[in-house]
Design a protein around this ligand. Structure first.
Ligand code: ADP
Ligand code: ZN
Length: 613
């Protein structure tokens, strides 16, 4: 937003300064050396020197290992300095004595030349190349010796002027963060009142949904400084830089506390160590360890809140999510129609629009787009209007801007087609209807066809009524049927199935496998436990997992048969349920296509409404 007001604490460009001085000294030393040794000297050959000696023209000389230098009398009778290369001449000393030349020996004084040519210049050159390279890699001038220092954007104006009102929608997230705001306003008071000091908040959401904006607004609401850095900025070509940057970051934060430290793209450093074992990356690991150590180390009463953002929470190292670290996770969803309308309103405030602009319609025209896209669209529309010298921004400008934005995203494969959207709507409706009608399935909390992340195009969120420790076989089967309901709906409506159900299938298979082989719930397999659950509890004793080895091949085959039989029967049951409620399926799907998100009450209204004559 108002980046002009965010002054950046610029790092000293120490290295380039250092380099300049270094080269300057080197070059001037070289010149000085040449001035004193060369310019006034005449270089003569050894034979010339010898003949001058015989002519008594040499007044004095200094003999070193490599050179003989001194003063001779020129033809005009002037004293001149000379230098000649020494040759192996054993008689020289005798001859010098015979001609009464004042001579002295000298230890070869080449240290200066050696220093300059052997060390200063090559090193200066190397440093120069290095500097060029690192500068290129960082894009901007980064201080080599100012590692990290001043590389964070610090919003020095005590209160970043972004407020929650600038963040449209995201009401749930705002409520969840309210506690942090209270804490930051007065950390001591908060703790006196008995609150446990929070430390880390992980914002999860697709790129452009406004995670950074939200973090900034949190600082704005609390009136505290905001320090931000991107995870990728920690990882440099030099090992150890990342860790030292983390240290600097936390030192800076302690000085500014209470404050918010925001780490964008935390997945670049926080990737699960197990996941990246193939390409072990010491630098990343060191950085991550340093981050964990700093988070554990600082006293949370100091009022430093670490906020981090990622769009791939599933790849994060579990260590990051432990209590006392990023133990609070806030999901920032892609906006639904209403959310997009709000976002349009926030951004349209900044421009002058014509009376024909229908914000509701704009929101309907931009399914799947996020806040950043909308900000772009408004900006682009204003530019288009300006280009036409229009007095204000009109609907046609918005329409053109939306088209451009969507075309741009299509190129990047980020927009789902109408056909796909329809399929997703039916798929999710299938889940929801099964869940609604089956007593053993968890009640539906929310159905959404707003794409979330890379794999899930939509989702049906079910919340268990209460924590359950015991499940009956019927309840488990109801869950399986619900999971298969998505695919069943696709088959029913489109006559074909898509790859969208893959996760459903593997979850359904897992449940059925447990029914058959762990819980003794299958008639054919009976009470025999074929497999133990492979939870971490069992990892300590190796004997537990080996049970499958003690099972005969025949039993294993039977287990497989039973699993596929139960899956098939559950799938047929799902199809039957949907067939009998086809009207509701159609209604729910079309409603979903319109609203994108449907909550519990809306689902209930559709399900309990007149059963479509
Ligand atoms: P992220 O950090 O999730 O990638 P950003 O916070 O950088 O997203 O969002 C980029 C821009 O998009 C913001 O600066 C803002 O202009 C706009 N934007 C995103 N979400 C919203 C929102 N909910 N309300 C208003 N503007 C938004
Ligand atoms: Zn599904």
């Amino acid at each position: 937003m108002s980046d002009k007001e965010n002054r950046q604490l610029k790092g000293f460009n120490n290295f380039s300064k250092f380099l300049a001085i270094y080269l300057l000294i080197g070059i001037s030393m070289l010149y000085m050396y040449q001035y004193f040794t060369r310019t006034q000297q005449v270089e003569i050959s050894y034979s010339k020197f010898k003949s001058l000696l015989l002519e008594d023209k040499i007044k004095k000389c200094t003999i070193s290992e490599k050179y003989i230098s001194g003063v001779y009398l020129s033809k005009e009778g002037k004293e001149k300095r000379f230098i000649t290369v020494a040759v192996n001449d054993p008689d020289l000393v005798k001859e010098l004595q015979a001609h009464h030349v004042d001579f002295s020996g000298k230890v070869t004084n080449t240290w200066l030349t050696n220093l300059i040519f052997g060390w200063i210049l090559p090193f200066g050159f190397l440093f120069f190349i290095w500097w060029l390279m690192t500068r290129k890699m960082r894009g901007t001038s980064g201080g080599l010796f100012g590692f990290g220092k001043g590389r964070f954007k610090v919003y020095l104006n005590e209160k970043p002027d972004v407020k929650f009102s600038d963040v449209a929608g995201a009401e749930e997230a705002k409520q969840e963060i309210q506690e942090i705001v209270e804490y930051l306003k007065d950390p001591q008071k908060y703790q006196r009142l008995g609150g446990r000091a929070p430390k880390g908040v992980l914002l999860v959401g697709a790129p452009g949904v406004g995670k950074t904006l939200f973090a900034k607004a949190t600082a704005g609401e609390a009136g505290v400084p905001f320090i931000s850095i991107s995870g990728s900025e920690f990882i440099e070509m030099f090992v150890g830089v990342g860790a030292s940057r983390v240290r600097d970051l936390f030192n800076e934060a302690k000085k500014l506390s209470p404050c918010i430290v925001f780490i964008d793209e935390i997945d670049t450093i926080g990737k699960s160590r197990a996941m990246s074992s193939l390409t072990s990356n010491d630098e990343r690991e060191q950085t991550l360890n340093q981050l964990l150590a700093e988070m554990d180390g600082f006293d949370s009463s100091k009022g430093v809140i670490i906020m981090a953002a990622t769009n791939r929470p599933e790849i994060l190292d579990p260590a990051l999510l432990r209590p006392g670290r990023f133990d609070r996770q806030i999901i920032v969803d892609k906006p639904d129609v209403k959310g997009r309308e709000e976002i349009f309103k926030v951004h349209i405030k900044k421009i002058k629009i014509g009376g024909d602009v229908d914000i509701k319609k704009l929101a309907q025209m931009t399914p799947g787009l996020v806040g950043a896209d909308i900000a772009n669209i408004v900006n682009e529309a204003a530019l288009l209007a300006a280009r036409e010298n229009a007095d204000s921004v009109h609907m046609e400008h918005f329409e053109e801007a939306i088209e451009r934005q969507i075309a741009g995203l299509k190129k990047k494969n980020k927009v789902i087609s109408e056909e796909e959207k329809k399929r997703v709507a039916y798929h999710e409706s299938g889940h929801a209807i099964c869940a609604y009608l089956l007593p053993g399935a968890d009640p539906v909390h929310k159905i959404s066809i707003i794409p979330r992340g890379l794999s899930a195009l939509g989702y049906t969120q079910q919340l268990p009524v209460d924590d359950r420790y015991l499940l009956t076989k019927e309840e488990m089967l109801d869950k399986v049927i619900t999971l298969l309901g998505g695919r069943a709906a696709e088959e029913l409506i489109f006559g074909s199935i898509s790859t969208g159900a893959q996760n459903d299938l593997s979850r359904a298979t897992d449940i059925v496998r447990a029914i058959v082989s762990q819980f003794g719930m299958d008639e054919k397999i009976g009470l025999m436990v074929v497999e133990e659950p492979t939870g971490p509890r069992f990892l300590s004793g190796d004997g537990f997992l080996a049970r499958a080895d003690k099972v005969s091949e025949k039993t294993k085959e039977m287990v497989d048969e039973e699993i596929s039989r139960i899956l098939k029967e559950s799938y047929d049951r799902a199809k039957e349920i949907l067939q009998n409620n086809r009207d509701k399926l159609e209604k729910l799907a079309s409603e979903l296509l319109k609203k994108e998100v449907i909550n519990e009450e809306e689902l209930k209204a559709i399900m309990e409404g007149d059963s479509g004559n």
